[in-house]
Ligand binder design. Sequence first.
Ligand code: SF4
Length: 71
Amino acid sequence: MRVRVDRDLCISAGNCVANAPTVFELDQEKIAVVLDPHARTVEEHVVWAAAKDCPTAAIILEDDEGNVLYP
Ligand code: SF4
């Protein structure tokens, strides 16, 4: 599992930080950055919930080969 954020799509809603604070944080521009790109600090379902809760689908989930799983 790999986690990325499309910073051009992020609108600073902060849902991802609320859902998974060990995986995401907002930087000084209030745009999400990924702290834990392999989601090792949470169970996988937490990252999926965070991705689905992002209002602009800015969170991209990929498998270890780089195939896009979401969105
Ligand atoms: S939930 Fe989506 S839009 Fe909101 S801060 Fe996270 S990545 Fe950005």
